[in-house]
Design a protein around this ligand. Structure first.
Ligand SMILES: Nc1ncnc2c1ncn2[C@@H]1O[C@H](COP(=O)(O)OP(=O)(O)O)[C@@H](O)[C@H]1O
Ligand SMILES: NC(=O)OP(=O)(O)O
Length: 332
């Protein structure tokens, strides 16, 4: 039994690959739950987080399509809370089924989570977070005329998407509640969709129209609950240098200083791998005894058996080496 406290962040493919129907997303989460239950079987204390980019964008479109004066569309902070509810419901339902199949007795509960951001965060003036479906250039040109207030960007060669503000998390209101649930042996689902963005005004937390990056929100939660591990699950088993080039090499063990050097070399795509790398660095800098891992759902078994995946650790000085020499990256 390992009994580590682990925050595991689920990437897009764990919930929505191509089919945005409720049934397809529930099916995907059932497959995801079969991987996650392995941690519980090992005795680890799990905290689950997830993204919501496609879902919250789709929800805004559904809201706009049915809107009237009597039935106004909800603002983005409320839409984020709605996706925390829907995805949380699917996830806890799927986890309960798989937990029962494995003869375990563990409860899973979603926590509607508010994540504090700064009202002055420059991100409010520079939208960068892609949400909802992909569009062609022609479709975007039409949308810009109909909705001059909305902004769109080309997303990694896959088409155009609407972008919204994505401020950095500075606190998680329900972190204490999440910790209480973990202590009670319950698996919490928290900071879904990066958490509902709120700013503090005295005793009030006031919602803001934004979508926080779930990797940064998961990192903040992992810091605040004192996690041993932050595991970021995505579509690739490892982080690569020279990604998608003939010279690509996967990173197995990597130190913070080496990762910072790779960032300076522009090795990680903005909006996809870069936030994961930055979140991993932030976590191990705050908790030097902890580790961050980037890998895929499908590789969880291998990770648990052999440590396979990209494991990011704080720079550790080795007494047998000169003072300024740090642990270095291993490739294979
Ligand atoms: N250097 C890199 N190493 C590995 N993957 C990379 C790298 N740069 C970009 N990527 C891409 O980033 C993707 C993960 O980002 P994204 O799909 O946005 O995450 P999420 O799983 O959270 O939805 C990977 O599947 C891969 O295609
Ligand atoms: N909120 C968020 O980061 O969602 P995605 O991971 O789905 O983009």
């Amino acid at each position: 039994m390992t009994n580590r406290k682990i925050v595991v962040a689920l990437g897009g493919n764990a919930i929505l690959a191509h089919d945005a129907s409720a049934q397809a997303q529930q099916q995907a989460l059932l497959a995801t739950a079969k991987y996650l239950v392995e941690f519980i079987k090992q005795g680890d204390q799990l905290i689950i987080s997830h993204g919501n980019g496609p879902q919250v964008g789709n929800l805004l479109l559904q809201q706009a399509a049915g809107a009237s004066e009597q039935n106004p569309p909800m603002p983005l902070d409320t839409a984020v809370a709605m996706t925390q509810g829907s995805i949380g419901y699917w996830m806890q339902n799927a986890m309960a089924e798989v937990i029962a199949e494995n003869g375990l007795e563990v409860d899973v509960a979603s926590v509607v989570t508010q994540v504090e951001v700064s009202a002055d965060d420059p991100a409010f003036k520079h939208p960068t977070k892609p949400i909802g479906p992909f569009y062609t250039k022609a479709a975007v040109d039409e949308l810009k005329v109909a909705h001059p207030e909305q902004q769109f960007v080309e997303d990694a060669g896959r088409g155009y998407r609407r972008v919204v503000a994505s401020p950095r998390p500075i606190g998680v209101k329900e972190a204490g509640v999440v910790n209480q649930l973990v202590k009670a042996g319950i698996v919490p689902i928290s900071v879904g969709g990066g958490g509902v963005p709120v700013v503090r005004e005295g005793n009030r937390l006031v919602g803001r129209e934004a979508v926080i990056d779930k990797d940064f929100a998961s990192e903040k939660l992992a810091e605040l609950v004192g996690a041993d591990l932050l595991i970021i699950l995505t579509a690739v088993d490892h982080i690569f240098v020279n990604f998608n080039q003939p010279t690509q090499q996967r990173l197995t063990q990597v130190s913070v200083s080496d990762l910072k050097r790779y960032i300076a070399e522009d090795q990680f795509a903005k909006g996809s791998m870069l936030p994961k790398v930055e979140a991993a660095i932030q976590f191990v800098e705050h908790r030097p005894a902890g580790q961050a891992v980037v890998t895929s759902l499908e590789n969880i078994g291998e990770f648990l058996a052999t440590g396979s995946g990209t494991v990011i650790s704080a720079d550790v000085r080795d007494a047998t080496r000169p003072d300024d020499e740090l642990t270095t990256t291993t490739h294979d």
